[in-house]
Each structure stands twice: as structure tokens, then as C-alpha cells.
Design a protein around this ligand. Sequence first.
Ligand code: NAP
Length: 314
Amino acid sequence: MTSTATSKPDILMIDPMPDDITQRLADHFTLHRYRGMDALGPVASSIRGVTTGGGAGLKPEIMAALPHLEIISVNGVGTDQIDLVEAKRRGIRVATTQGVLDDDVADMAIGLMIDVMRGISANDRFVRAGHWGKLPVPNSHALTGKKVGIVGFGQIGSIIAERADALRMAVAYYARHRKDGVSYPYFDSIVALADHVDVLILAVPGTPETRNMVNRAVIDALGPNGYLINIARGSVVDEPELVAALTEKRIAGAGLDVFVDEPHVPEALLALDNVVLQAHRGTSTVEVRTAMGHLVIDNLLAQFAGKPLLTPVI
Ligand code: NAP
């Protein structure tokens, strides 16, 4: 007789998940936490599913070490850290948590924009340092009436637009294609959009095509009164160019949730008051992390029950 325990599919968890989600995973699967290639060795051939974050992805050497891998259930929507071509070639399914996180990531973009333009984090440091009453309280910049350019007008970009609209900012956007039924002005060039707006918000995927999309020309077009907000991927921005522009005040400020080499943040940014930094927290709310975790599990359950995935990529 086969015991329930031994019939559970073996799952490799690359990124930690909330405790209640981890418990539900363990209820349905034999759960292995990734602790390096050496520790993986003895169990590698039993692994049929992987859970991982969008930022962490699945390193090629780990995918190659799992001969019986059937599914990668991503706890996020970015698949830029997964070799989808290789996954497809091997018949490995990939699912993401699309549809449950868009509002909170859009909120992070808006939060970063308000913070950096109104100097909220900078003034928090001012108060804590005891400067209030001793130094002039610094002024910041208004949002109302300013122009916001959204780069990438998909699930998240379109929600950022609704929220910016509610702040009575003038929205325009750039994507590969003009969107049917969208009345905001469309720009067919990111440089032209950057030239037009006060704030540029990035909401494109990290792909070879979007790598360093925000280069010197875009930064110069945004100009010394312009702000850059990035909740997309670090790779979308030429990071050394951005650091130089912020240091030399060739742009007014930046709100950054994502970086090229996470968790490493360029040292020069730490000293700048016109930059707000986050540890890739766009989806980091209890509500969204819980919904994402359940969707990760439900995709795994669907795969092993021979049912269609709920939110497949391939
Ligand atoms: P989505 O619905 O697929 O929308 C992506 C948008 O980007 C589309 O409008 C698309 O344009 C545009 N785009 C793609 N490639 C482009 C290119 N080469 N040039 C110009 N525009 C391009 O994606 P989403 O769900 O909104 O998510 C966007 C990204 O946000 C994700 O891929 C992920 O990297 C990032 N993200 C970050 C966090 C975080 O925690 N910070 C959380 C979730 C997601 P077309 O429609 O014209 O093709």
C-alpha cells in the first residue's frame, strides 16, 4: 500500500513564502527548501515542481539539475529570470500569479512618486535628525497638474494611470502598441514621452528588448525637473547613467523598487536625499502575498491533477 506521504509530489521551494502558505504547500506536497546545489543533489531527481519568486527566478544550473521537472510556479509575474525557451523545449509548464497583484504594485509606484516629489522620506530623516526648528523646513514639489508618462501600459501600467488620473495629473503613455479604447495620449517613442512629462513611471517587463531602455537620451529628455519611478525591473534602466544623473542633479529624483543586481543597491544612491529606495516590495502586502501564495499552490495542484493551469505562461 502506498502511503499518502510518499504519493505527494516533490516540490522545491527557492524563495521563502509566508508561513501559512508554506504550511499549505507542505500539506499537499513533499517540500524541499533550496539550500544550494550540493544539498539539492540527493533529492534532485525526485523534484517535479518548483516554486520561486519573479525576481529570483530559476537559475539555469538548477533547472538543468532537475530531470523530472514538470512545472515552475512563479510567485510573481516577471519571468525574465527563467529560461522560457529551455522550459518549453523540455515541456516544463510555467505559471505566474498574474491578476492578483496589479493594484498593490500600482500603489507602490504612486507611493514612490508621492514620496520622492513631496520629500516624505527625506523629511522623515530631517525630523529624526533633530533639524526641525533649527534649519529651514525644505519645500517639495506638487503633483496636481503635473504630467506623468507611463512606460508599458499593461495590467499594472493601466492601473497606475487610473490612480495618477485621480490625483489630477495628466497621463500619457508609451508601449509597443497604441491601446484600443484608451484616451490618454500615446507616444511612439520613450524619448518623446520623457521629453513631454514631469514624471516617468516604468511598468514594462524585463526583456532583452527593454534592457537599458532608460538610457542617457531618455534621462536627458526627462531633464533636471523630471522624476523617474521604477517598479518594473532594474535591467530596464542603465543604472550607472541614472546614478550619475541623480548625483549631478541632471534629473530631480527617483523612486526605485527594483535594481540591476538585487539585493545590491549602488552605494552612491544611499547618500542621496532625492532618491527613495525600496527592497523590491511592490507585491509585499499580507493580502497580496497570501493571494499569490494560494495561486502558486493552485497551479501546482492543477498540474498534478492533470487539469489546465489557472494562470499559465507556457
Ligand atoms: P503586462 O500586462 O504584460 O504589460 C506590459 C506592458 O509593457 C505592455 O503594455 C507592453 O506593450 C509593454 N512592453 C513590453 N515590451 C515592451 C517593449 N519592448 N517596448 C515598449 N513596451 C513594451 O505586464 P504587467 O503585469 O503590467 O507587469 C509589468 C512588469 O512589472 C512585469 O513584467 C514585472 O517585471 C514588473 N513587476 C514588478 C513588481 C514589483 O514588485 N516591483 C511586481 C509585479 C510586476 P504592448 O502591450 O504594446 O505589447
